[in-house]
Design a protein around this ligand. Sequence first.
Ligand code: KG4
Ligand code: ZN
Length: 333
Amino acid sequence: MNDVILCAIETSCDETSVAFVRNGNELLSQVTQSQISAHQTYKGVMPELASRLHIQVISSVIQEALQQSKLTWNDVDAIAFTVGPGLVGSLHIGALAAKSLSYALDKPLIAVNHLAGHIHANAFVAPLEYPCLALVVSGGHTELVMMQGPLDFQIIAQTQDDAIGEAFDKVGRLLNLEYPAGPHIDKLAQSGQSNLPLPHLKLEANTFSYSGIKSHFNNLIYHANQRSEKLDINDVCASFQNIAIGQLINRLEHAIIQYQPKQVIVAGGVSANTYLRSECAKMMQQFPHIKLSVPPIAYCTDNAAMIGAAAYHMALAQQFSDLDVKVNPGLGL
Ligand code: KG4
Ligand code: ZN
């Protein structure tokens, strides 16, 4: 079979990322321009600012990625971009760039779901094996997804309120940590003990919940301040991770028993978390016949390579889009 070479564009949130990917698992080049420092003043992503920064850099990021790949446009088979979920203005910039390239170069357009991208980031480790159970944990999503094939997604559990990454960022804000707080909490927790009182959550079946955990830590920090008590920030982070990640591991374990997948994968920004990675590996020891795959750290947070990996399967299935395809900020799997 001929090689399939794709140009992939990801602009769903605060990274402008362009990659050239061969056959869905070979990264030829990737250029990612992060906006994080611009948003840090606001302790979160400012949507309007994000769109403006994407516009400023998108053309040069595309040019630089092409140059680094040593390809010419003639070598490229199709143009892939993130169609949703994400920030509407940010998505529009990537979509417009992709549509312009598709039109000018007369190449097919592939509209990729950002979450499918996170899942297929694991293709850079090894091919996915089906049935596959994916734990998708990011700034906007907390889901367990069963897959019988590369483009077949069945959500079997999801959050009833906040996403886990959002909880990391909100608790981090209470602790005056920089945005995004996930990596800081991850690091601080490594020197702490989970020794603070934790909330008792009553979760409905097939759900995750993070708003109660956030309120619990809000109260804990507020009352400690009122009493002029000094909480050890490392212990707060370790206690938060204990309950937040514990919930994921518990749900994942039950789903493995119920669905008997061949492979378990972890995807999304929060999959970079050290404690999650080690707790997952520990829990999976009781299922030695099931493979666990976690993307390398560089493929955990938003990147265009993962969009190219998911788009490869869409190209094989001839799932192309017309130029009038619309971005969808609330797109689900
Ligand atoms: O997937 P992603 O880059 O963007 C979305 O699609 O949402 O995920 C970003 C989220 C943020 O909430 C960030 O705090 C969290 O991933 N994150 C982490 C870590 N690295 C990033 N959370 C916990 N531990 C980390 N090491
Ligand atoms: Zn993401």
